[in-house]
Ligand binder design. Sequence first.
Ligand code: ADP
Ligand code: MG
Length: 581
Amino acid sequence: MGKIHLLDDASINKIAAGEVIERPASVVKELVENSVDAGADTIRIDATMGKKSSIRITDNGCGMSKDDAALSYIKHATSKIKNVEDIETVRTMGFRGEALSSICAIANVEIMTKTRDELAGTKVIIKGGKLISIIETGAPDGTSVFVNDLFYNTPVRKKYLKSDSVELAQIIDVVTRMALGHNGVSFSLFNNGKEILRSPAAELLDTIIHIYGQEVARAMLPVNLVAGTIRITGFISKPELLRSNLLFQSFFINDRSINSKAIGFALRDGYGTLIPKGRFPISVLKIYVDTKEVDVNVHPTKNQVRLSHERDICDMVTRSVRDALSGKNLIPEIKVPSKQSQQSLLYGEPAYSSPMVKETVTDFGPSAKDTERRLRRSERFGEEFEKPTGIEMPQVRVLGQVDSVYIIAETGDGLMIIDQHAAHERVFFELVRASKKDDSQELIVPINIELDQREKTLMNETIPYLEEFGFRISEFGSGTFAVTAVPIVLGKLEDPLMVHDIISDILSQGKIKDETGIFERVTKTIACRSALKAGAVCSTSQMENLIKQLLQTENPYTCPHGRPTMISFNRQELDKLFKRR
Ligand code: ADP
Ligand code: MG
């Protein structure tokens, strides 16, 4: 990989500056990138959480000579570029020469490294940016960087760290993207000595199986498009396999994991009307372009890039997705070996193969059946609960619905406009809030939910809270959870997708800050997912029913998120609006 040297001032000044180490996951990202750049084909990450937390990255890459090791932790020391012009053609993940120095400045670091040609290895110990010792030592080929006491001298940053499980979830996210981006490299991630993720050095689809599981892999379609110097490959999910957040979308440009709203939109465009609002396909898209077309020097963490022909590339992404979905792709159908575990035979097919999933997708807007079911669920409860303080029940005559979103009604001498989703959310919010652990309903067929490692980590700390609401959940395989009972408000649940969404929504909100916070969150999420959707066509009697339910709530005026549920104008206000005296 060449020798390490210091960049000149002119180059340093042109390199996007800024902090790169914000949290343990950033340490993992930078060190894993170094291992990839060193040509390693096996990378192991050890994350120890808790009081004595540490991170160790071990690779079998090219290693460093003693001289290089002694320079590696110096700011702006790199072997990857000579000067700023080289950034135009750089193919390595790193080039700023700042990762090791930033990490060493705020931690206690031990680097063990050995090149293949040398007999002895080198051990360097640095604390708070200062060299403590550098000695010759026996070591395997490759490099291992051991980071302890991260942020020991930056207490403010330490204070902003989140709970262990949230920090671990971030690490898993980083390793997941790295493994998908560099499927030719084998990754393993251990937490407190326990292996929690492993991906082989293999074809991308194999990596997808290891990261997201068989069920997901089985529903993936290959993407392949070459036009001029641009090439797009990867996998996208069939429209029946969608998620409720963006964590399952990875985009790579020249193997670098990047965030790009534009590419996200382009991907979505490719699906056209096949995906409903608020749901997202799973995707691993790798875009290869001439290095001159990408400016990687726009952000210190390098997860954003500037593309010279972004519009063209986005158009190609859309086209490649459309082709993949229309079966134009020439790559034969993917065959994933079916290896059903005993447990999944016991509990039946996992949630994703449910026909419900297809129903939501093929229908435009929620079906009449769905609307009726949702209204019924909250109605049954409206009767069981005492009518709370509520407001005076006015005479309401429904006049109609606007754009399947707003209900227009006449009240006495005035006019009322109701946001049907917000209104129904309020109804459910109060029902869920009043429900207890015992208001639980056993499911005839348990719902299996396959979670990825990131979600799984958060799931374990979330289960007790979900159970307070009447969920009963048990883990029975790596990453698979069975929901055996649900809160009674969810009704006789034939809707595994909704349960998955509720759980996935709660998990995607990350950290559990405090008990009240999580209860609020669960309540709101269940309410939001149970409520009538904006876009649902309602009959007059359904609208009347909803208004009746709304007016029985304690606070009918706002939804749980604080938006108004209704706006009303009395006769005087209407007169004023029309300048009538
Ligand atoms: P950059 O990656 O931007 O060059 P870093 O601070 O991350 O900067 O690393 C400095 C240098 O240390 C690298 O250029 C590389 O030569 C060397 N280095 C770091 N990690 C490794 C590793 N795992 N294996 C071999 N060399 C490494
Ligand atoms: Mg680096």
